[in-house]
Design a protein around this ligand. Structure first.
Ligand SMILES: [Cu+2]
Length: 141
């Protein structure tokens, strides 16, 4: 009886692992085990920045941008998404954090890579849909 229960548990675990192994990039293999970095409500959308640790670091970062409709909490494609990532520097022109956004096969999920050349607070402005804008203040450590 006990062995049977163990087998069922192993089966359930392996099914979960197979589901997680699908897809390539962080967002391509989008699974709910990503951690939230920050979230904003913009109009009828909830926009969330996620990654594997929930924290950002100086240098190269892989993230996922998630767009959900607040009415049903379902993922929703928002068309072209652009990110402008800058750090204001006293007495200097802003520092740029090179960022690329790639749509994934899942509507509402976008892969994002950012290179933050400096630790500190980054203004991470996401433009999407009908010129809507989510403004994040992200800390890279
Ligand atoms: Cu800087």
């Amino acid at each position: 009886m006990k062995a049977k229960a163990t087998l069922i548990i192993i089966f359930a675990l392996s099914t979960t692992l197979i589901a997680c192994a699908r897809g390539g990039g962080v967002g391509g293999g989008y699974v709910s085990n990503l951690k939230q970095v920050q979230q904003q409500h913009v109009g009828s959308y909830v926009v969330t920045v996620l990654n594997e640790t929930g924290q950002l670091k100086k240098g190269q970062n892989k993230m996922v941008l998630e767009f959900r409709n607040t009415s049903d909490n379902k993922l929703e494609s928002v068309g072209d998404v652009q990110v402008n990532s800058t750090m204001s520097m006293p007495g200097m022109s802003p520092m740029i954090g090179q960022t690329t956004v790639t749509p994934t096969d899942t509507p509402g999920i976008y892969d994002v890579t950012s290179n933050f050349p400096m630790a500190g607070t980054w203004n991470f402005v996401v433009t999407f849909g009908n010129n809507q804008r989510a403004q994040f203040s992200l800390r890279a450590q």
